[in-house]
Design a protein around this ligand. Structure first.
Ligand code: DOR
Length: 452
């Protein structure tokens, strides 16, 4: 755990001594010193910090023993609710949560109110985020106007205003004809098409994964086929067009297999998985827990295993949060009435690090899936640990024991099934452009051990 109580507030120099720095994009996994000046990494290597730098009054000097430094993370999938539903989250609180989670870049989904299907809204989001500072916000524009799945949005305008991809997330582009045109149009602007894969005809009224638990709870089920059918169809369309296609929040073993096969043919396809689909099954819904209602739903252990294996072997490129804030109005209600989604930006490290500890996922792949791989999907420059690079990194204490509470979350909403659980490992510090974007308070004592 870091104690920054007496640290200078905005240090001109940051020195981290003897820290394990991991960045697969720089073939780096070593214990080094890191020196930051004027927003950039100016020295990096064993014994790189000079005595003079370490004794300077302007310097924040951190003893990195037992800590890790990783490049700041990139999230492909967050819902910030601004404009329109700022009581759940706004750009300021969303970016604050992102910094607390170790993120330097966040892609914001377009299902705002109004929908981000125009240049004006994309520009507003970018401008608002610049005002706030901290992590960079990259809007994802809508594929179709109003997310209605009918008429394509003006992708040229969206791209020019700063959109890095298009998606109708929350809704699937159901029509094959519209999807084909969307892929053709997006290809012209080199924008990835990010699909929420759900055949709505198969999920009408569905509340959770279709299976034994849904039957026991008397809830209508969302079958795996609804996801697999759309992935299969879209891969056929994307192959024909030769466009960049990205599968949002993969949740089924079938979808993982389809993406793996498409990649083996060299198609420009990519995929993401969320921490909750890696760590929870439909059993978590027992008790009608609305915090476990999410779209796509939590599935069975065979799907969880397939998602983990897909992430480990690179079939699934990225870990994405699908940070979906909802207030108590949308969650403290009957299961059928509750909105789907859960907050995730702040909990990636504690929740997913368990997979690294049990060696289901290598640390290298964990870092890659949160940095270089997602950055590649949307074509942004990934943070990296190299001399001369912008100082965008996260300091993690992999041994810090702490409990997730409402008070420990920076997001305006607290709808996470991980609330009340204890974890080992957390973000201590997020440095963006050489400035401290987040510093963790002392942890609360652990209550109970996290379990799946
Ligand atoms: O559970 C979800 N919530 N899935 C989505 O695709 C949308 C999201 C939201 O916006 O709340």
């Amino acid at each position: 755990m870091l104690d920054l109580a007496r640290a200078p507030k905005n240090p001109e120099v940051v020195v981290i001594r003897g820290v394990r720095a991991v960045d697969p994009s720089a073939s780096l996994d070593a214990v080094v010193d890191i020196v930051v000046e004027d927003g950039r990494i100016v020295r990096l290597g064993p014994g790189a910090a000079s005595a003079e730098q370490q004794s300077s009054e302007r310097a924040l000097v951190i003893d990195g023993a037992g800590l890790w430094v990783l490049p700041a993370f990139v999230d492909l999938h967050a819902h910030f609710r601004e404009p329109g539903q700022e009581y759940k989250e706004d750009i300021r609180s969303g970016l604050r949560a992102a910094a607390a989670g170790g993120f330097g870049h966040v892609c914001a989904m377009p299902n705002t109110k109004p929908v981000n299907d125009t240049r004006a809204i994309t520009e507003m989001m970018v401008a608002r985020a610049r005002e706030v500072g901290g992590p960079e916000l990259h809007p994802i524009g809508a594929i179709t106007k109003g997310l209605r799945g009918e008429e394509l949005s003006e992708m040229a305008d969206l791209r020019e205003a700063g959109a890095v991809g298009v998606s109708d997330d929350g809704h699937c582009v159901t029509s094959s004809a519209v999807m084909r045109r969307a892929l053709e149009y997006a290809k012209t602007f080199d924008l990835p098409v990010i699909q929420h894969c759900e055949d709505h005809a198969l999920t009408n009224g569905a509340q959770m994964h279709e299976g034994l638990i849904a039957t026991k709870l008397g809830l209508r089920g969302w079958p795996r086929e609804a996801e697999d059918i759309i992935v299969a169809r879209d891969l056929i369309l994307a192959a024909g067009v030769g466009a960049k296609y990205h599968v949002a929040h993969v949740s089924t073993a079938g979808a993982v297999a389809l993406v793996r096969e498409a990649k083996s043919r060299g198609l420009p396809v990519s995929a993401e998985v969320t921490p909750h689909h890696l760590m929870l099954t439909d059993e978590a819904v027992v008790g009608y827990r609305t915090f476990c209602k999410v779209n796509p739903p939590l599935r069975e252990s065979s799907d969880v295993e397939a998602c983990r294996a897909g992430l480990a072997d690179g079939t699934i490129d990225a870990i994405a949060t699908d940070h979906a804030p909802h207030s108590s109005l949308e969650k403290d209600c009957e299961f059928q009435e509750a909105s789907p989604g859960l907050v995730g930006l702040e909990l990636v490290v504690p929740v997913v690090l368990d997979l690294v500890r049990t060696e289901a996922l290598s640390l290298e792949r964990f870092v890659d899936a949160l940095t270089r791989a997602p950055a590649r999907v949307v074509g942004i420059e990934p943070p990296t640990l190299r001399v001369g690079a912008r100082a965008d990194f996260v300091v993690i204490d992999p041994a810090c024991e702490h409990t997730v509470t409402r008070e420990s979350l920076a997001s305006k909403s607290h709808n996470t099934p991980f609330l009340g659980r204890s974890y080992t490992g957390r973000v201590e510090l997020t440095v963006l452009r050489g400035r401290i974007a987040f510093a963790a308070p002392p942890p609360l004592a652990p209550a109970s051990k996290a379990s799946r």
